[in-house]
Design a protein around this ligand. Structure first.
Ligand SMILES: [Zn+2]
Length: 371
């Protein structure tokens, strides 16, 4: 059986009560829009996307949500941008920085638009949303309150799950500084149930400096954000996520996913989503690097291939196997040869996993036509 069909079987078993009750399953993935998106990020899109497609084909109602994370601070400047121009903006939320081309709505949108274009071109159609919108619309408010009222327990979770020791006065929240606009530099020092006191620390991080401002502000409606592992759990909670895979680097024992799962369970009192810990996507033997972007962005690779070949690259390997893509080596001719073999097998109607793979490398629309 094809690996994604096997996963769909496991998911159907796990959520049979919810499916029976007619409540749609929520599938989620995300990408931080901090620069040109590396082709490797398409692996998550394809894994979640194919699960969503398979479930839909079987009449199982589901929503595939894809987050453009635009509220994280800018913590590095991609090599292809003018460093001097962006340096003063380091530490600000990505959605509050101007677009490199001066045309897109903001910095994050500039890179998101390109990536969304590629996702749609290869036939996946998730519902896109922006993390900043979730914060600004108040969707995180309840989660922020719960977190600030349970900091002791969260500190304990970090310690038991990963061995990491957080200081006694640690409050897992970062405010957008009212003076300099940076979010990466602020430290919250107190919460009185309504407002938080914070300091914009000059030396909190190495990559930028805070302005020293001290303030008191409501932590709700987009004024502040949770640190990422806590935020991850909060997303499971507020979006009712049922299925969310994560790259192998996050899924190690005691790693970020274990922490997020434990916070989800113990603080938000919700069962964490079904995980799909998937392997790396290497380009020429190297792990992907988002900030370097050396000719291996999703757009550049998508321009080399028809969508079916790119889907074959992403879906042709079991999720537990490394994909090693060598653009100027033999990966490309091998992919085209494999496509031909799969097509031959398909049209001879040989019933095997390859027949299924050939169907799935077509978008749902085109799949109907070849069947
Ligand atoms: Zn500041």
């Amino acid at each position: 059986m094809y690996w994604a069909d096997l996963l769909a079987e496991e998911i159907k078993e796990k959520y049979k009560a919810q499916i029976k009750a007619g409540k749609p399953l929520v599938i989620r993935d995300e990408k931080t829009a901090s620069g040109r998106v590396h082709v490797g990020s398409l692996r998550g899109v394809a894994i979640h996307g194919i699960i969503s497609e398979i479930l839909k084909e079987e009449g199982i109602n589901n929503k595939f949500l894809y987050e453009i994370n635009d509220f994280d601070p800018m913590d590095s400047i991609p090599v292809y941008l003018d460093r001097e121009k962006f340096l003063p903006h380091m530490g600000k939320p990505l959605c509050n920085i101007f677009s490199p081309d001066g045309k897109a709505k903001n910095y994050a949108e500039y890179f998101a638009e390109e990536f969304i274009g590629v996702i749609n071109e290869i036939g996946f159609e998730p519902e896109f949303y922006r993390n900043s919108e979730l914060y600004k619309s108040g969707k995180y408010n309840e989660a922020i309150k719960i977190v600030l009222e349970n900091t002791g327990k969260i500190r304990e979770i970090y310690k038991t799950v990963s061995g990491s020791i957080k200081p006694e006065d640690w409050l897992p929240l970062q405010v957008v500084c009212e003076n300099c606009g940076k979010i990466g530099t602020t430290k919250v020092v107190s919460f009185d149930g309504e407002k938080v006191e914070y300091i914009c620390e000059p030396e909190l991080v190495e990559w930028t400096t805070g302005c020293g401002h001290k303030g008191k502000i409501s932590p709700f409606n987009g004024n502040a954000k949770l640190p990422w592992k806590v935020e991850w759990a909060a997303k499971f909670f507020i979006l009712n996520v049922d299925i969310e895979g994560a790259g192998k680097d996050h899924s190690t024992k005691g790693g970020s996913r274990d922490i997020a799962d434990a916070i989800c369970r113990e603080i938000f009192k919700r069962e964490p989503p079904f995980n799909i810990p998937y392997e790396f996507f290497h380009v020429a033997g190297k792990k992907m690097s988002a900030s370097k972007g050396e000719g291996s962005s999703s757009r550049e690779i998508a321009d080399l291939f028809p969508p079916e070949i790119l889907r074959l690259l992403l879906l042709g390997k079991h999720y537990k196997q490394v994909i090693d893509f060598v653009p100027d080596g033999d990966t490309v001719p091998i992919l085209f040869d494999r496509f031909d073999e799969l097509a031959e097998n398909y049209f001879k109607n040989i019933q095997n996993g390859y027949k299924r793979l050939f169907e799935l490398i077509f978008s749902p629309e085109k799949r109907k036509k070849i069947k």
